[in-house]
Design a protein around this ligand. Structure first.
Ligand SMILES: NC(=O)c1ccc[n+]([C@@H]2O[C@H](COP(=O)([O-])OP(=O)(O)OC[C@H]3O[C@@H](n4cnc5c(N)ncnc54)[C@H](OP(=O)(O)O)[C@@H]3O)[C@@H](O)[C@H]2O)c1
Length: 250
């Protein structure tokens, strides 16, 4: 298969690219940081990983790059909408509007631009696999999760609505919803580069790892044609659920 992975320069995306390339797929590894993508592609000479510099927020570039890949390499069989980010943990009334916009541009519009570019071809060929990286934050609220969680709720519902439009076709759409996951740049980005704060979040825990997500992606791609996993929520065993809280009068 030809697999297009967004956000392949780090974390889940890099791990997914490695794992699928190891299985013999051609992987188009997209992201903004060229050096990281090139280093990934050079890790193993058996890998067929093609680095592509792409900002998913740039609507024109997404359309151009996707068309270029399909005309110069091959049609895209599988799109993994992984590029995404959380910025900040401030309550909504103190959050940065610029950061909200960046999360919406990346996590919502980026997913739409990429999906819109590949979907008609998939339908024409009656073959396609779309895997979206949502989050448990799209299903469960938590303080400071305001717009990040809302973008992932969008991804969750978009995935289901794509399924509604694609019923009866050989096109799978899955929303993977990971919980606490360590070893990626996600929390460093969220805490604006404060690595200590990010480290503290994972102290004395055994969070999910990017390889766990990659393993799930491999499994999804191995399923028979008639099986679609709509939603896949995963957490480390050290993570559970919050409870409803009540603020009492003093
Ligand atoms: N880690 C977690 O705990 C966790 C849990 C649930 C869901 N998720 C979701 O899983 C996905 C991957 O997270 P991760 O933990 O692997 O984070 P990460 O290590 O920070 O990786 C994020 C990737 O997204 C790319 N990216 C960000 N903005 C982009 C843009 N405008 N255009 C293209 N690429 C962009 C980054 O590449 P460049 O900077 O090179 O562009 C990077 O490769 C995200 O959607 C995240 O929301 C993560």
């Amino acid at each position: 298969m030809v697999v297009f992975v967004t956000g392949a320069s780090s974390g889940f995306g890099a791990s997914i690219a490695r794992s699928l390339a190891g299985d013999g797929h051609t992987v188009i590894a997209a992201g903004r940081r060229k050096e990281k993508l090139e280093a990934l592609a050079a890790e193993d000479e058996r890998f067929h990983i093609l680095p592509v510099v792409l900002d998913v927020c740039d609507r024109g570039s997404v359309a151009r790059v996707m068309a270029q890949v399909e005309s110069e390499i091959d049609v895209i069989d599988c799109l993994i909408n992984n590029a995404g980010l959380a910025l900040g943990v401030d309550p909504a009334y103190q959050a940065s509007l610029d950061e909200w916009v960046q999360m919406v541009n990346t996590n919502v519009l980026g997913v739409l631009y990429c999906t819109h570019a590949v979907l008609p071809g998939m339908v024409r060929r009656n073959f396609g696999r779309i895997i979206n990286l949502g989050s448990v934050a799209g299903a469960y609220p938590y303080p400071g999760g305001n717009v990040y969680g809302a973008t992932k709720a969008f991804v969750r519902q978009l995935s289901l609505n794509l399924r509604a439009d694609l019923t009866g076709k050989n096109i799978h759409v899955t929303n993977i919803e990971p919980g606490l996951c360590g070893g990626t740049e996600f929390s460093i980005t969220r805490f604006h580069g404060d690595a200590k704060k990010a480290e503290e979040l994972y102290r004395q825990t055994q969070p999910l790892q990017a390889e766990d997500i990659a393993e799930v992606v491999r499994w999804l791609l191995s399923l028979p044609e008639h099986v679609n996993i709509n939603d896949l929520s995963m957490m480390p065993t050290c993570q559970g659920f919050g409870h409803f809280n009540v603020v009492r009068n003093a």
